[in-house]
Design a protein around this ligand. Structure first.
Ligand code: GTP
Ligand code: MG
Length: 221
């Protein structure tokens, strides 16, 4: 079951005050069990760390101003399947829904790092199959406050992110709001970049099509 929740009243129109169109972004939060997916999401939405979150899968709608623009985040805080063989799985439905992905592991849990790698590979694979090269992703190493229990070095996290062409942050959802803020804002930037580069590519394809239509016709006239 996926629960739908709104954290702020949704604006009636799709235009913000300065008549700039509202930016909408669907963000899917993935990762192994108990790595802090909900803690990170709730931190961003409410600025608070509650401690215990249960294991309910929720989609939150959150309206906020970012850099003078009205932004509507829909954040799907997922749960990890129990069955080991399904854990690296990201469904095609989730893939189609999401504009961007946050893949979380715990720096104290090496198996969660392996799972993050599998999920990153799956996102890349499915997006490539769907014909899209760019899929905005941020890899997050959470629980940075637990240094004495660290099992994954920062370097490993950075290298994995580099190899998967994704962003990377180590944060502590327990300790600060800033880390969560930076993760979602950076991802929003990546989503907007990928949309504008997509538009450019379509634009160039459009010009090529027009040119070949013109020259093609001339050749046959
Ligand atoms: N020390 C520390 N504990 C954290 C941090 N983030 C989350 N936790 C704790 O880790 C546990 C799991 O956090 P959740 O946010 O429920 O993790 P989750 O990934 O949503 O878990 P599931 O939805 O059940 O898979 C809770 O006890 C949190 O209090 C963190 O940054 N530091
Ligand atoms: Mg959760």
């Amino acid at each position: 079951m996926v629960v739908q929740l709104r954290t702020a009243p949704q604006q009636p129109g799709r235009m913000s005050e300065g008549s700039q169109p509202k930016v909408e972004a669907n963000i899917l939060v993935l990762g192994a069990e108990k790595v802090g997916k909900s803690a990170l999401t709730v931190r961003f939405l409410t600025r608070r760390f509650i401690g215990e979150y249960g294991d309910i899968e929720s989609v939150y709608t959150h309206n906020v101003m970012v850099g003078g623009r009205d932004v509507c985040f829909s954040i799907w805080d997922s749960t990890c399947p129990q069955a080991a063989e399904l854990q690296g799985w990201v469904s095609e439905k989730q893939l189609r829904w999401a504009d961007g992905f946050v893949v979380v592991y715990s720096i104290c849990d090496r198996s969660s790092f392996h799972l993050a790698r599998q999920q990153l590979q799956r996102i890349r694979q499915l997006k490539r199959r769907g014909g899209s090269e760019k899929s905005p992703v941020i890899l997050v190493g959470n629980k940075r406050d637990l240094q004495h229990r660290r099992a994954v070095s920062s370097e490993e996290g950075r290298l994995l992110a580099l190899s998967m062409n994704s962003g990377f942050f180590e944060i502590s959802a327990a300790e600060t709001y800033h880390g969560a803020l930076v993760v979602f804002h950076e991802l929003l930037d990546l989503v907007r970049d990928s949309r504008s580069s997509g538009k450019k590519a379509v634009g160039i394809r459009g010009i090529v099509r027009t040119m070949s239509a013109v020259f093609g016709r001339r050749r046959t006239e």
